[in-house]
Ligand binder design. Structure first.
Ligand code: PEP
Length: 257
């Protein structure tokens, strides 16, 4: 973490878990467990129907909230879609884009990720842009090449001052939901490479202001070592964000210098 230049963020990704009626008790428990002093931005990215419940439950707390996807379109005849303006109207601070599960199960392309990034920035929502290689790519030593391509595609056409507001989440696909975490060295290598790509596309000032998170089976046990890395500015947490004590412990892990 480098608090001088950028924000530390711990964001939970609930995926398609929990019910709207379960939000209040989760948030109440989380609030009671969070460290007394703020050491990071703590956010919950939840399914659309749960957003209003979380919004009510977190009132007057340090927790913020967001969504897990956004439509490519601004408005109109797109049955089932949710646009960026709706998310901002609900008060979302963040929205995940390009999660590997959306890429894998919904065919989301890099060009679509880029459109979604623009749509979110246009309404003032911070995109949490997920990038990450498959196991096959890692084994063929294609990780850095692929990450370079994904980051460039996601940030194409974004103004430097807007890039500073973006968050990148490095999520190796082989580590998501598998219990297999990247080692701190592997995660740091890629997060550092992501910053170098941003430096090359923009400049050093922009690169040092972008928060880069690690995601992939981060939990209460392994978070400290990952969060101690200089280019890892927090975490995008799936499974461990569903249990308030585990999530609170990861947030507490950002207290280290
Ligand atoms: C995720 O879904 O973004 C994620 C990192 O999941 P998990 O922590 O469960 O691997």
């Amino acid at each position: 973490m480098n608090r001088k230049y950028r924000k530390t963020i711990i964001a939970g990704n609930w995926k398609m878990n929990k019910l709207p009626s379960e939000a209040r008790s989760f948030v109440d428990e989380l609030r009671s467990l969070l460290p007394k002093t703020k050491t990071c931005d703590t956010a919950l990215c939840v399914p659309y129907p749960i957003i209003p419940n979380v919004a009510r439950a977190i009132k007057d707390s340090r927790i913020s909230f967001g969504a897990q996807d956004v439509s490519l379109h601004d408005s109109g005849a797109y049955t089932g879609e949710v646009n960026a303006a709706m998310l901002t109207d609900l008060g979302c601070r963040y929205c995940i884009v390009g999660h590997s599960e959306r890429r894998q199960y919904h065919g989301e392309t890099d060009s679509e990720v880029n459109t979604k990034v623009h749509n979110l920035l246009n309404v003032g929502i911070i995109p949490i842009i997920c990038v990450g290689e498959s196991l096959e790519q890692r084994e063929k030593e294609l990780t850095l090449e692929y990450i370079d391509y994904q980051v460039k595609a996601a940030l194409a056409g974004v103004e430097p001052k807007e890039v500073k507001r973006c968050v990148i989440a490095y999520e190796p696909i082989w580590a998501i939901g598998t219990g297999k975490t990247a080692t701190a060295e592997q995660a740091e290598e890629v997060c550092c490479a992501i910053r170098a790509v941003i430096r090359g596309m923009f400049d050093a000032r922009v690169a040092r202001s972008v928060s880069i998170l690690y995601g992939g089976s981060m939990n209460a046990k392994n978070c400290d070592e990952l969060l101690a890395q200089p280019d890892i500015d927090g975490g995008l947490i799936g499974g461990a964000s569903l249990k308030a004590p585990d999530f609170a412990r990861i947030v507490a892990g950002t207290a280290q210098e």
